[in-house]
Design a protein around this ligand. Structure first.
Ligand code: PLP
Length: 417
């Protein structure tokens, strides 16, 4: 029972340093969040020791009576949270959930229709080097000039290619999708509709975003982005898909479920059903809107910086640097220098190479979890705007970093850890 610091000071030092980084900087990677201490406690529990292949009540191992309780709580809570007929809480990650879901409703070689990666889609929606792109016949739809998903193109491609599955979901898109229209098109060509709500699941849980469960045959998600739980995946669906999805997850792709993570998912679903969570998701949305508004002011746009689609309805903003001298890599590095963590991101029809890009993806979930409100997000937006303007030098970096530190100090993260 030797504690980590004594047993392995090298790994302990890395963990400590990461905690200090999270506490002292502003985390604005749109797919990240801060898991509550209770979630981390469940995730770090003795449940990590238990083999439990199978599902609650039908396991291939003895001694599962307690993990059965935790897993059933997770299933019941997530079904309630999203109004789903069926839930599987075992996928180890979002990508694992997507793999299991896709293989449950389609066969290798079938045609799938998803949003192009370069236009905001995810790797698992048909990228060339991913299982989805290697094993399925991929047709991709795009965003239009205004930066909105081109539903006319979705309909045209669906009619032309008759896909087995239409995928609605994104990793970098600042607007809500029209699920009813996706459903109509899917029905017209007799395709399954799969929604990947990994990014916006927290907004859905709070009732601040349309619920795809009402429209889709299958819905997948991560549990660690806006939803704010442990790193992991889930699948929700209509009852008719239950058998196929269960056997696709286990034994199809996974062995023993991570019961410690499943227990942590259960805790996060309890939190996600609370009024506090709803209020936090509202601050997440308000923060993103403030960011978008302050990055399209004339004193910013005159330097070639703008925001894709002109704003946001969700938890992130996509900064467009196509007309700026600053590229995505330089912008990411500058923000890192002042203590703000974001990721560079390709914009549609990006003229710069994928490792450089002409965009930034900036999200507000983690700061909202820290307690940031309107006034704080306004200050953050102004710091970002100043950082991206010309004339950035060591002196300016220093003063902007001091403003970041003041915000970090105002909203302590994991006090006492
Ligand atoms: N689906 C979408 C839309 C995502 O944005 C992501 C992660 O970025 C995933 C799936 C994959 O999740 P994970 O990284 O847990 O495999």
């Amino acid at each position: 029972n030797t504690p980590l610091h004594e047993l392995d000071p090298d790994v302990a030092a890395a963990v400590d340093a990461e905690l200090r980084r999270q506490q002292s900087t502003l985390e604005m990677i749109a797919s990240e969040n801060f898991a509550p201490v209770a979630v981390m406690e469940a995730q770090g529990s003795v449940l990590t020791n238990k083999y439990a292949e199978g599902y609650p009540g039908r396991r291939y191992y003895g001694g599962c009576e307690h993990v059965d309780v935790a897993e059933q709580i997770a299933i019941d809570r997530v079904k309630d949270l999203f109004g789903a007929e069926y839930a599987n809480v075992q996928p180890h990650s979002g990508a694992s959930a997507n793999q299991a879901a896709l293989f449950a409703i389609a066969q290798p070689g079938d045609t799938i229709l998803g949003l192009d990666l370069a236009h905001g889609g995810h790797l698992t929606h048909g990228m060339r080097l991913n299982f989805s792109g290697k094993q399925f016949n991929v047709v991709a739809y795009h965003v239009d000039e205004a930066g909105l998903v081109d539903m006319a193109e979705v309909e045209r491609l669906a009619k032309e290619h008759r896909p087995k599955v239409i995928i609605a979901g994104w990793s970098a898109y600042p607007r809500q999708l029209d699920f009813a229209e996706f459903r109509r098109i899917a029905d017209e060509v007799e395709a399954y509709l799969w929604v990947d709500m990994a990014h916006f699941a927290g907004l859905v849980a709070a009732g601040l975003h349309p619920n795809p469960v009402e429209y889709a045959d299958v819905v997948t998600s991560t549990t660690h982005k806006t939803l704010g739980g442990p790193r992991g995946g889930i699948i929700l669906a209509k009852k008719a898909f239950a058998k196929k999805l269960n056997s696709s997850v286990f034994p199809g792709f996974q062995g023993g479920p991570l019961e410690h993570v499943i227990a942590a998912k259960a805790v996060s679903f309890k939190i996600a059903a609370s009024e506090d969570f709803k209020e936090r998701q509202q601050r997440t949305l308000d923060g993103a809107r403030i960011l978008a508004e302050r990055l399209v002011r004339d004193d910013v746009t005159e330097h070639g910086v703008s925001v894709l689609s002109g704003g946001t309805d969700v938890h992130l903003v996509l900064v467009d640097l196509r007309n700026s001298e600053l590229d995505g890599q330089q912008a990411e590095d500058r923000l890192h220098e002042v203590g703000i963590t974001v990721n560079r991101n390709a914009v549609p029809n990006d003229p710069r190479p994928p490792m450089v890009t002409s965009g930034l993806r900036i999200g507000t979930p983690a700061l909202a979890t820290r307690g940031f409100g309107t006034e704080d997000f306004t200050e953050v937006a102004d710091i970002i705007a100043e950082t991206l303007k010309p004339g950035f030098d060591a002196e300016k970096a220093e003063s902007l970093k001091a403003r970041v530190t003041a915000l970090a100090d105002k909203h302590p993260l994991y006090p006492g850890l």
